[in-house]
Design a protein around this ligand. Sequence first.
Ligand code: THG
Length: 370
Amino acid sequence: MTISLSIGPQNRKSPFFKSTLQDGLTSASIYNHMYFPTSYGDKSAEYDRLLKGVAMWDVSIERQVAFKGRDAVKFARYLTGRNLDDLQVGQGKYIPLCDYQGRLINDPILLQISENEIWLSIADSDIKLWVSGIADSLKYRVDVFEPDASPLAVQGPLATPLIADMFGEWIYDLKFFGFQETKLKGIPVILARSGWSKQGGFEIYLLDNNLGESLWAEVKNAGAQYNIGPGAPNYVERLESGLLSFRTDCDEHSNPFEFGLGRFIDLDQNQEFIGKAPLQKIKQTGVKREFVGLRVDGPRFNSPPEDRSSIYSEDDYVGYASAAAYSPRLNSNIAVGVIDTRHAIDGNEVVVDFSDHKREARVTPLPMFR
Ligand code: THG
């Protein structure tokens, strides 16, 4: 289905918004109350650029929730089950956030900006409200706010030489999720080695929303010799790589163990954190369902399913597929979804109901492409 977006002040525009339109943006979604560029009209070129070259993505929708003050680190430790003993300024960490029932409510990247300031680079849910409500009611001495910071992702195998051209050789010293505040031709930015793909790359967090067009032009010009082009977090590559898309793949009952995020939760630490007791219980009893890959039969998919698709085993409902596409690298239709644990077995045959037609599929572990 194709409809047009109504543009108005209810949703926010990225500082790169004008540039994305000038570069031929054809579709957008809504994420964190912002317009989210999703394609420039040639999905196959966007996929190839990410895999073989370099792409630039406006991901300002990854909003930052900052908290600053003497309790910042203490507060972060209460917000997540990730063990933060070795937290360092300049090193990010992927931290699942859960509610009081242990249900997953976001999967941000944490950046420790300074000794007393932490940012959460969030997926699509209203974490500023959650964090400011908890900080106030539990009297943590922090100030919660949204800083002026908008990530521009540069992803793909040629992202690294391009970023080195622009910033210098020091970028090779950044570890994954490592970051450094710096300037690019006078534009204040944070450069981070991160991004929602497994093709390698960086994110340039713009720190002055008046300079979006300048930063976009700088990256585009420096990237010309590498044939850079615009794109967006890639629907197909993320399926192949098994990256979690928080709102797409989870429902309101999801817990981190179902999504393989147990490795980011330390239940044995002395630290108290939100959801600890229910998560301990889930760990003890075991999960009832799991996030898996699917290889799906039938003709090539050419557009993403709009809705979750029910998965059946011998006419019993056993789960849902949340995204599906044709994978050129696997030469197969693939999907991801959440399925009852007793059916989450490699090779298990199921039927997926893609609203207008049913297809046979086989369960396969994630990631589907290594
Ligand atoms: N960029 C920024 N913020 C974000 C995202 C982003 N916040 C929300 C969302 N995306 C976070 N989601 C992920 C999920 C996985 C990874 C990155 C962002 C990722 N994971 C690696 C993996 O799964 O192999 C490594 C995880 C680890 O070992 O710590 O890269 O895109 N700014």
